[in-house]
Each structure stands twice: as C-alpha cells, then as structure tokens.
Ligand binder design. Structure first.
Ligand code: PLP
Length: 648
C-alpha cells in the first residue's frame, strides 16, 4: 500500500486490507459497508461478467457532495457570511443517467442543481430536474435561439434556469426569444478574469486571452443594453471559471478578489445581483503528495470553501452590499473518486521480464545448430556477465560491453550471419546482463550506468492489459494525465517487476509508461508489479476516473464501452430483490479482449455459456449490493452503430 501511496490519494475511500486486497469504503469511513474489490470482481466473473469492468460507487459521490456542502456551511458560519452556498454538478463531467439522477435526488435536500454546457446537456438536465421544481440550473456553453427557448420555458416548469452569456452576441438572441415567449430571463455573465491559472493543462481557460467570457468593457455593454430595455432586474448572476484542477489556493484567492469587486461594481451599476458562480477548478490529489504540482493540490476542500467565502465576505463588507448566493460547479472533485476501472493483464510478451530482475543467464542449450558467429557472441556475453562486480566503473563497463555485443549481433543478423533463434538468444542474454547490473547496483548501493537509471528508462517488462486507453482513460493519452494505477490483490507480496502497460488497441500510443511517483516530482517511468503466475489472473485498477474519461472515450479500434457495475451501500431495497432493475440482464458479457467476449476469446461456445441464458446478476456482501449492471457494447453493437454513424 505504501509503494502506491493509497493513503495519500485514496483516503478515506480506498485502503489495502490485511489480506493484501484493495477495499472500498463508499461512505468514507471504515464501517460495515466495506467492499473488497477483488472479491467483488471474482463474484462478477462467476456470474459471467468479465473485466474490464468499470465499478461505480454512487455513495462515494454522495459522500463528496455532502462534504462539499458541509465545508461551505462551515465557512459560511465561520465568516458570519450572510448569504448561502448552493452547488451545481456539471453534466459535462459524466453523462451517465444513473450518476446524474443520483446527484439530483441526493443533492436535492441541499439545494444542489446542475450545470449544462450544450443543448443536449440542457435537455438531459431538464429531464432530470423536471421532478424537482426550484432546482438551480446554470446554462453555459454555446447558445442558439432553440437553446434559449428551452432554458426560458424550463422556468415555467419551476426550474431556476439561469442563462449565462458567454459572448455578447448571445444577448440579442436571448432578448428576442424572451420577448417572443413573454418569459423574463435570469441573466448571468461569464467574466474573463485577468487572474490566470498558470499550472497544469487548463490554464488557457483563464486570463485575458481565454476562449470564453466577456471582458470588462463588454460586461458594461451588457449592463447598458439591459438598462435600455428596462431589464436590469434580470441581470442577477456573475460567473467565472479559471480552469480545471487548480493546484494552488493562491490562484483561487486572487480570482475571488477580482470577481468579488466585479460583482460589487455590477451592484453599483444597478444590476439586481443575487448570485456569484465561481465555476469549477477545485482540484484533487492524484498522487497523494499534497503538493502544488499538476497531479496534486496543496489545499483542502475546507481551505477552498474558506477562501471563496472569506474573499467575498470581505468585499461585501467593504462595499456594504448584500452577500450573494454562492454557486460552484465542481465536477472533478465531486465525481472522480466514485469510479474504479478494473482490468486484467493478458500477458507479458517479454518472458524474461516476467520473473523480474533475477539476472541469471540461461544455461547454454545444445549448441549443435549454432553458427560460429552466434557461438562467439554468446560466449562474449557470458564473459561480460561474469565480470560484473559491485563498482560503478565495472557496472558501466559491463553495460557498454553488452550493448556493443548486441549491436554487433544485430549487424550480423542483417548480413545473414545469425539465425532468428540466435538473435532471440542475444536478446535474452542482453536483458539478463541488464537485470544483473541493476541487481548488483541496488544490493551494493552502487551508481548504475546512466542508461539503466530509473530516471532514464529502467529495463522494464511490458504488460499487455485488457483495456483501451482511448476508450477508458483518454486523458492518459491526450494530456498525459496520471491516474493512480495499482494491483488490487497480492498486496501482501513484494512486487518485483518494473513494468509498463500496453493496451489492446493496435495503436502504439495505446500505452501507459508514465506513472505517479509517490514521492512527488517527475513521473515514474515504470510501475512496480508482481510477476504473473501461470493460469492465475492478475488484476489492476485505475482509480479516480469518475469524470471526463467516459465522456471523452473513443471507439478507436471499435472496442466498445466496458461493462459497468453499480455498487451501493446498505441492503437491496425489498422491491428490488425480486426483480433486479433494468440493465442487470447479461445479454452480452463484453470483456473487451479485442472486442470479443471472453467466452468467445477462449473459444467457448456462447450458446452454452451462462451469459447466453440471460442470468441476473445478484451479488451482495455484508453492507453492500450490486444495484445494477450496464453491460458494455458488444462487437455487433459497435458495428451497427458505426454503420449508422459512418459515411453512406
Ligand atoms: N464549469 C465550467 C464552465 C467548465 O468548463 C468546467 C470544466 O472545465 C467545470 C465547470 C468543471 O470543472 P472541474 O471539473 O474542474 O470542477
């Protein structure tokens, strides 16, 4: 657990138990609801559902939501803030219907609403909020007349839809539609703050040159235009968003100060201001180091809430204005912990890497078919191997000699002087020498040759994983986002292999070779894993994947979505025990492995497989149960979808 710093990034939801298995406490504390991930996966396998499996824990999301509200309530009390806090969840973070309806139904008692960033998201949000009149709905994104009409009409359903202007030109459209329908809007403006978030991937969302928002002079122009129409009472909200995963609280403080004065100025100009929406940006600690780096954050949720509330309170007191309702649009912080992607290792093609750094040369086999050149090269390797001794000069020399012999062997092969078997033996000997050098270096604390130092690229085994990076962790590929990845079992054993991960797409980018460094700093080039055992599955999991990954995931190589299993705390409600809800049927146990079901991949007849008979998944443990399963897309479904969506 220490090696992977589970306590750092996973607390209070994930920990390793005494049996070396990763367990989940969905309610955020050690209680009766603990779920052992390997045990759950094995029960799912028994019932025909194969990895990769996305495990969703809605109770984690609810817990985070509650925590966020509690931190803001505490800050409101601490600073004697006269306004209140109401969160909204950005639909763009995850479009899953169950997840969003959970946010809405659980969050309702805290006045939690939704944020939509496009017309389809607006439709989804409306469907979810229709049953909850009074809910806040922040309408962001590009807006045409139809978008405006939908948002305005939703006010007639009792939804508090607030239309946030991202461009000045949207104002005309809004005024036109609002007049046609006779519905007065609640208008907000997204301000382009000068404050910039310079660290990380999303800095360009903020600052003067940001893609979205209105500069100060355009905000004033909105005030003037609304005053002209006698509609200043509709201008009620100021919004800003300084980018996702803000790593340093100083940026938040600065943004709050700038936005608070902007808010106060709008009040002075006569707008009927009631709300300030501080956007998203609340970061999470991917590596567990609590440092101000792209993969971490140097502040807590309470620090964040305190700085938002205190910053605003100060300006409200200074300008003697009423404290607004604070809205925030945190997605990453609320949703990330609630999903865990579990996948299996299919093979490690580099057999020698399997056993880790044992560093022994293979015993010479029969030499009958060996060429003179081959015999010479292999005996030279043996001499190099035997000369390895614990001094940095000797280690460097051994590496240089081995690399030279390998080069010579490759030239010999291209001249037709070496057979393929001999070339394979050369690889094995070279790798064994590297392993031996690294072992000796480690045991005797001697500096390694530069090429073998961990910071360069340690000798590593490539583990093939049953996953598509493009489908399930697109940010790992697109923006080199580091997610915590670790085995979910055998954690009572020392992992001995330095590994990188290669997925099952045919794309050479479909790999993971940068991992969280639990001590912070540069990413680690390898992940420490266990050697595979024959006929025993080896499972890994990628954590903190609950937002953005599913919505961005592509069908590269036509590998469809993975199976998704929703796990709830408590006992299954009585109504559910007879009829397990929709989606729990298992018409197709996907299991990826190149788009085929595992059964098909193994050559098992589907007609005889349990999954063909549509069994119900009925799995529970002490204090938890599988609420339902959404089977991943089958190859046929992916195919027919592509045929519909593809060119005529
Ligand atoms: N609000 C807006 C306007 C956004 O663009 C985003 C995403 O970047 C968010 C909220 C969610 O941000 P985060 O996931 O950092 O909380």
């Amino acid at each position: 657990a220490k090696l992977y710093n589970v306590a750092g990034w996973g607390s209070p939801y994930f920990h390793v138990d005494r049996a070396g298995q990763v367990c989940v406490n969905p309610c955020g504390e050690a209680d009766d609801h603990e779920v052992s991930i390997p045990e759950l996966v094995s029960k799912l396998q028994e019932q025909g559902l194969h990895t990769p499996i996305l495990l969703r824990f809605p109770d984690i999301l609810c817990h985070r939501l509650q925590q966020q509200q509690a931190c803001f309530d505490a800050a409101v009390a601490r600073y004697n803030y006269q306004g209140s806090y109401r969160g909204v969840f950005p639909v763009k973070c995850n479009h899953d219907k169950d997840l969003l309806s959970n946010v809405v139904s659980f969050g309702q008692k805290m006045g939690f609403g939704l944020e939509a960033g496009s017309k389809p998201e607006l439709l989804m949000a409306l469907a979810l909020l229709a049953k909850h009149p009074g809910s806040n709905l922040i309408c962001n994104g590009y807006k045409d007349a139809e978008y405006m009409e939908l948002a305005l009409r939703s006010r007639q359903l009792g939804i508090n839809a607030m239309i946030v202007l991202e461009q000045f030109s949207e104002l005309n459209t809004l005024l036109m539609v609002s007049k046609r329908l006779g519905i007065r809007p609640v208008i907000g403006v997204r301000a382009k703050l000068h404050t910039r978030n310079n660290v990380g991937h999303w800095g360009s969302t903020s600052g003067d040159r940001a893609k979205f928002g209105l500069k100060a002079r355009m905000v004033v122009a909105v005030v003037e235009a609304l005053a002209e129409q006698d509609m200043l009472d509709c201008f009620q909200l100021l919004h800003f968003h300084i980018g996702s995963q803000v790593t340093n609280i100083r940026i938040i403080k600065e943004a709050m100060r700038e936005a608070s004065f902007l808010y106060a100025e709008l009040v002075t100009l006569g707008a009927a201001m009631r709300y300030i929406d501080v956007g998203g940006g609340l970061g999470i600690d991917y590596d567990g180091t609590s440092m101000d780096t792209v993969t971490s954050v140097s502040y807590t949720l309470q620090n964040y809430a305190n700085d938002v509330v205190a910053g605003l309170q100060e300006v409200c007191t200074l300008r003697n204005i009423a404290a607004p309702i604070i809205i925030s649009e945190s997605g990453r912080s609320l949703g990330s912990h609630s999903a865990v992607m579990v996948f299996d290792v299919l093979s490690t093609p580099e057999e020698i890497g399997d056993e880790g750094t044992t560093g022994s040369l293979p015993t010479p086999g029969h030499t009958g078919g060996r060429s003179n050149k081959g015999a010479f090269l292999l005996s030279t390797f043996r001499e190099v191997y035997e000369a390895i001794s614990p001094s940095s000069d000797k280690l460097r020399e051994a590496y240089a000699d081995a690399a030279f012999v390998k080069e010579e062997a490759l030239s010999a092969f291209t001249l037709g002087m070496l057979s393929l078997e001999e070339r394979a033996e050369v690889d094995i000997h070279f790798d064994a020498i590297c392993d031996r050098i690294m072992d000796v270096g480690r045991v005797h604390a001697v500096t390694l040759p530069e090429e073998l130092q961990p910071s360069t690229r340690p000798h590593s085994a490539m583990y093939h994983i049953n996953l598509s990076v493009f489908r399930s962790a697109p940010d790992a590929w697109a923006i080199e986002q580091l997610f915590p990845i670790m085995p979910i079992h055998r954690l009572d054993e020392e992992p001995t292999v330095n590994a990188t991960l290669a997925d099952i797409t045919c794309d050479s980018d479909g790999k993971i070779d940068k991992f969280i460094n639990p001590e912070g700093g540069e990413p680690a080039p390898v992940l420490r894993l266990h050697a595979l055992r024959e006929k025993q599955p080896y499972y890994l999991a990628m954590f903190l994947t609950g937002v953005y990954q599913e919505v961005l995931g592509s069908v590269h190589n036509m590998l469809g979505s993975t199976n998704c299993v929703v796990v709830r705390s408590g006992t299954r409600p009585a109504a559910d025990s007879d009829s397990i809800p929709n989606g729990t049927d298992l018409p197709h146990a996907n299991g990826h492995a190149n788009g085929r079901s595992r059964a098909a991949a193994n050559g098992t007849s589907r007609a005889n497989s349990a999954s063909h008979q549509h069994p119900k998944i009925d799995i529970s443990g002490p204090g938890w149960y599988v609420e339902h399963v959404n089977p991943g897309e089958t190859m046929q479904q992916v195919l027919s979808r592509s045929q519909h969506e593809g060119p005529e």
